[in-house]
Design a binder for this molecule. Structure first.
Ligand code: ADP
Length: 304
């Protein structure tokens, strides 16, 4: 029997990625922060867990391909709505002397409507043990839809769902720093597990130490906080464990840091959710992220 007992639901936007090849042609992939975490979680979690994605796509062929890609990877798509007249967002990577730059076409993407219907969201969150979302998920929504999402998450949390949140602060998706910080603060109030990166939170909240970042999220009500910091020391806090630090082993040859944080989150959650200590969970996150930045692309093969 292959009975599933637990369920993770990642909520956000997956996009078409056009990545340059050495010969000047482009390869089409699918990626997006919360989807990347779901993709790695599927590889890392035992079969007893199901991993589902909650989003919206169009009814066109490229949307079919995206859903097919998710399903083939083992990520459930029952909570992905289809919206006629819309399609999926796209980004293109440009390489200039090894430096990557990104251009986005996502202003009208279907995913922007993922939280339009509160009842649909509540239904998607039913029987969910862990719900995961990010600051990018919030950034693509209208203010009203953002409220729908946070209310649905708060309601699920009252029913026992654990909520995980990566602030993933991307200023260009927001009108200004104040609006972005206010939205992240509201999201933190519905989260149990918060997984920020110090280079963003420190900058936008004017914090000079990861301990200040931890204190802010603890005051918002989070019980598990892990502050990533590139190759630098990770600071974390668990309600029972207090502050824990971890120094990642530097990766000698960093090829592409895309999805470092997303894959770290998957590694961390994959063991933390089954009760592992903070130190073990961070070690797993760092080990997964180290493999991911050693290869090109957001979604890469890893030794599990
Ligand atoms: P984000 O991608 O969200 O900005 P970070 O850059 O903080 O996230 O990286 C996430 C994790 O990836 C870090 O906590 C660390 O474990 C790992 N990592 C990032 N850069 C390196 C590196 N140069 N060497 C080893 N590990 C790294």
């Amino acid at each position: 029997m292959n009975e599933r007992h637990h369920r993770v639901l990642a909520i956000g936007e997956c996009m078409v990625e056009m990545a340059p090849r050495a010969d000047g042609a482009y390869t089409r992939n699918f990626a997006g922060d919360t989807f990347n975490t779901a993709w790695y979680l599927r590889r890392l979690l035992p079969e007893a867990w199901s991993v589902d994605y909650c989003s919206a796509v169009g009814e066109d062929r490229i949307s079919d391909h995206m859903l097919g890609f998710m399903q083939k990877a083992g990520v459930g798509t029952d909570s992905v709505r289809r919206i006629s007249g819309r399609t999926v967002g796209l980004y293109m990577i440009e390489l200039d002397n090894g430096e990557r730059s990104f251009s986005y076409w996502r202003g009208q993407s279907a995913a922007k409507l993922l939280a339009r219907d509160r009842d649909v969201l509540s239904a998607a969150l039913e029987r969910t043990d862990v719900a995961l979302f990010s600051g990018i998920t919030l950034a693509i929504l209208s203010e009203e839809d953002r409220r729908n999402l946070l209310e649905a998450l708060a309601e699920a949390r009252r029913r026992g769902t654990r909520v995980a949140f990566d602030p993933n602060m991307r200023l260009r998706l927001w009108p200004n720093v104040a609006v972005m910080c206010a939205a992240v603060a509201e999201a933190a109030e519905v989260a149990d597990i918060v997984l920020p990166s110090f280079d963003e939170d420190g900058q936008y909240y004017g914090e000079t130490s990861p301990l200040e970042t931890i204190a802010r999220y603890r005051n918002a009500g989070a019980s598990t906080i892990v502050v990533k910091n590139g190759v630098g020391r990770i600071h974390a806090e668990g309600r029972e464990e207090g502050v824990v630090t971890f120094d990642p082993q530097p990766v000698a040859q960093v090829v592409d840091t895309t999805a470092a944080g997303d894959s770290f989150n998957a590694g961390f959650l994959s063991v933390r959710l089954s009760g592992a200590s903070m130190g073990d969970a961070i070690g797993r996150g760092a080990q997964v992220a180290a493999q991911v930045i050693g290869k090109r692309g957001a979604l890469v093969g890893i030794d599990v």
